[in-house]
Ligand binder design. Structure first.
Ligand code: FES
Ligand code: FES
Length: 179
């Protein structure tokens, strides 16, 4: 069957089975491999995306259920040359090790900050309760989200500001080196 949805602002359409998971559609039809499939049993949260702005585990949603709707994946928040404040905060505060859980963590954290710009530790841990990390423990992850909240509240985008200064020749080196 023909399924169409908007992923990160881009209309995406493909022939797919009625049983195709949204996570598989995102990875295989849209080619967006930042959404990870860690378990396919709704436990790990590595596949977390936003569906019409709400957090969902995309392995628990059929692609046909997302037809005509808006999906936001980690790639929709920023990329390696244009890190959003939450992505930047995870990088700066070392909120990851292997990174497998990180896209889902960041999408959940982003959604939290959209509805609560100043969450306390308990609220952060609750918001990330569906996202499992096997590497880091959660201290650095919580720290990253708190830092992201601060940046977001203050309207700061350090990575983007540095990229702009680099483009204008004020600073040199690869993205992030001067931060
Ligand atoms: S792959 Fe979806 S929750 Fe683990
Ligand atoms: S950083 Fe490895 S699973 Fe979270």
């Amino acid at each position: 069957m023909r399924v169409q949805m908007e992923i990160n602002g881009i209309r995406t359409e493909s022939n797919t089975d009625a049983t195709t998971l949204l996570s598989d559609f995102i990875r295989e039809e849209a080619g967006l491999t930042g959404t990870h499939a860690g378990c396919d049993t709704s436990n790990c949260g590595a596949c977390t995306v936003l569906l019409d702005g709400r957090v969902v585990k995309s392995c628990t949603v059929l692609a046909v259920q997302a037809a005509g709707r808006k999906v936001t994946t980690i790639e929709g928040l920023g990329d390696a040359n244009d890190l959003s404040p939450v992505q930047y905060a995870f990088w700066k505060k070392h909120g990851l090790q292997c990174g497998f859980c990180t896209p889902g963590m960041i999408v959940s954290a982003y959604a939290l900050l959209q509805r609560n710009p100043d969450p306390d530790e308990e609220e952060i841990r609750n918001a990330l309760a569906g996202n499992l990390c096997r590497c880091t423990g959660y201290v650095k992850i919580v720290e990253s989200v708190r830092y992201a909240a601060k940046l977001t509240r203050e309207g700061k985008t350090p990575f983007r500001a540095a990229a702009r200064r680099r483009k204008e020749g004020e600073i040199h080196g690869p993205p992030g080196e001067s931060l």
